[in-house]
Design a protein around this ligand. Structure first.
Ligand SMILES: [Zn+2]
Ligand SMILES: [Zn+2]
Length: 269
């Protein structure tokens, strides 16, 4: 991989319910020579094995929030990585975990609950940042920042924005609709070339912008830079309806709307 590599692999495009086609949230973002795991929901480890990705290939894990469909395979991932590192011929790369405040405490609690402290990597770095200025991702020429996101009352989330060589990508994660008081996300990040956003079924689903509002809204008020909107987390019961709506909203040369499936891969342009 070269320093200009910028791509996304979908390991889990679904919501809480695992289906044959879609597992809960998990993605691999490759930026230059670095691999970031975006969320680590249940089934993530199975999906990594299925697509031939070793946990040792992952440099950073970025968690949006603490719901199990985004985080429940994190301890299995960390334990697997530690065990694989013992057999690794060489020095494994150092792992950085990023997420909302409270991440480090939760990881400690989970290791304790699973009686797995003996296989915790002592060199692992945990960075909790709620709202950051852009900063460089070590080891590559990209900048990233974390943006606070409103999800459900009492449980905030974060979005991750990455810029590489003038190309930009935003993983918004689970976010409620813009009119429900999003603090910054929908005002500041709408010029990203590619937006990956969790979408729900209806306005009453709570905590998630519904898919038709998301598509219509970004199509109308999205910044001129938005070329592609990828929706994950779409519930099974409205998956076909969302695909139809996305097809209708795709406008040649301006905006491509995609309802994600496991196994999808995108070059980020
Ligand atoms: Zn959630
Ligand atoms: Zn979720």
């Amino acid at each position: 991989m070269s320093d200009s590599t910028f791509k996304l692999k979908v390991l889990g495009a679904g919501d809480w319910k695992t289906t044959r086609e879609r597992h809960p949230a998990c993605f691999v973002l490759t930026v230059g020579t670095k691999n970031m795991l975006l969320d680590c929901g249940f089934g993530a480890m199975h999906q990594m094995a299925h697509y031939g990705i070793s946990p040792l290939e992952i440099d950073e894990v970025w968690i949006t929030h603490f719901h199990p469909d985004h985080m429940s395979d994190l301890i299995p991932f960390l334990v697997h990585r530690t065990l694989e590192a013992k057999d690794f011929d060489g020095t494994p790369n150092k792992l950085t975990l990023r997420g909302p405040s409270g991440l480090e405490q939760r990881i400690g609690t989970l290791f304790s609950v699973y009686c797995a402290d003996a296989v915790r990597d002592p060199g692992m770095v945990v960075e909790e940042i709620q709202d950051s200025m852009p900063f460089a991702i070590s080891g590559c020429s990209a900048n990233m920042r974390m943006i606070p996101v409103r999800h459900i009352p009492g449980h905030e989330s974060v979005a991750y924005e990455v810029v590489l060589d003038g190309r930009s990508f935003l993983y918004a994660g689970d976010a409620c609709a813009p009119l429900d008081g999003q603090p910054k996300l929908f005002q500041e990040a709408l010029d990203c070339n590619t937006i990956l956003l969790s979408a729900g079924a209806t306005k009453t689903a709570g905590g998630h912008i519904d898919f038709d509002t998301a598509i219509s809204w970004i199509g109308v008020v999205g910044g001129v830079g938005v070329r592609r909107l990828i929706l994950n987390h779409v519930p099974e019961q409205c998956f076909e309806a969302a695909k139809d709506f996305a097809r209708g909203a795709t406008t040649a040369g301006r905006l491509q709307v995609i309802i994600a499936r496991d196994g999808d891969a995108y070059q980020l342009t």
